[in-house]
Ligand binder design. Structure first.
Ligand code: C5P
Length: 227
């Protein structure tokens, strides 16, 4: 019974997690949303007032890294995992704009990345895992059997995120979200520590005009070819 590692990277809000979750469910694999971990660190930093006007007190945050504990716990009712920060369920809070607007500078800190990558590699040591993020195929699991690079136009991604937040009852503007998506793309792709880039051996999935079912069928086929 051969298990593989599936690494899914790509731009912000292009549906990586949705695909990753569905693939994991299909094969009985663990699903890990690595972005949730950077979001949890960002929430921690915001609460400790270590971020003001987009500027992070880097050394203070690094010093506090050993006090940050992040884990995922399965929520049977929602049939998905919730993200916990030092024992508190922060799943909803880490998806809101204050965190989205500050997560990229936090994720650009090399020491933060080193700590998260260590945790992620530990989670994947037995394989049978689907992880999505920005550096999974390039840094976290360079030997992953299947690597995908997912993308779609910024406008389409912003519209999807807008629909998602609006459906949850949040009041947000499309313009604000588009700006956030573009800003994160820029910071994530140009940062020095593990910038977002396609691994040489990753398959590209542009899902601008694909339905969820079409994407899932395609990915499932790719997984099967590697089992
Ligand atoms: O995937 P998501 O959009 O929730 O990730 C939030 C942010 O976390 C990204 O914009 C990026 O700055 C950072 N991130 C990262 N490396 C990962 C996953 C996320 O730098 N593997």
């Amino acid at each position: 019974n051969h298990k593989i590692v599936v690494a899914i990277d790509g731009h912000s809000s292009c549906g990586k997690s949705t695909i990753a979750k569905a693939v994991a469910a299909r094969f009985g694999y663990i699903f890990i949303d690595s972005g949730a971990m950077y979001r949890a660190v960002t929430l921690f930093a915001l609460r400790k007032q270590l971020i003001s006007e987009g500027l992070v007190k880097v050394q203070e945050l690094i010093d506090l890294l050993p006090t940050i504990q992040i884990d995922f716990r399965y929520n049977a009712e929602k049939q998905k995992s919730d993200t916990f920060l030092n024992g508190e369920n922060v799943e909803d809070e880490i998806r809101q704009l204050p965190v989205s607007q500050n997560v990229s500078p936090v994720a650009a800190i090399a020491e933060v990345r080193a700590a998260m990558v260590r945790l992620q590699q530990e989670m994947g040591k037995d394989k049978g895992i689907v992880m999505d993020g920005r550096d999974i195929g390039t840094v976290v699991f360079p030997d992953a059997e299947l690597k995908l690079f997912v993308t779609a136009s910024a406008e389409i991604r912003a519209q999807r995120r807008f629909d998602e937040l609006t459906a949850k009852g949040e009041t947000v503007s499309y313009e604000e979200i588009l700006q956030n998506v573009q800003e994160r793309d820029h910071i994530d792709s140009t940062r020095e520590a593990s910038p977002l880039r396609k691994a040489d051996d990753a398959l590209v999935l542009d899902n601008s005009y694909l339905t969820r079912e079409e994407q899932l069928d395609w990915v499932i086929e790719k997984v099967k070819e590697r089992l």
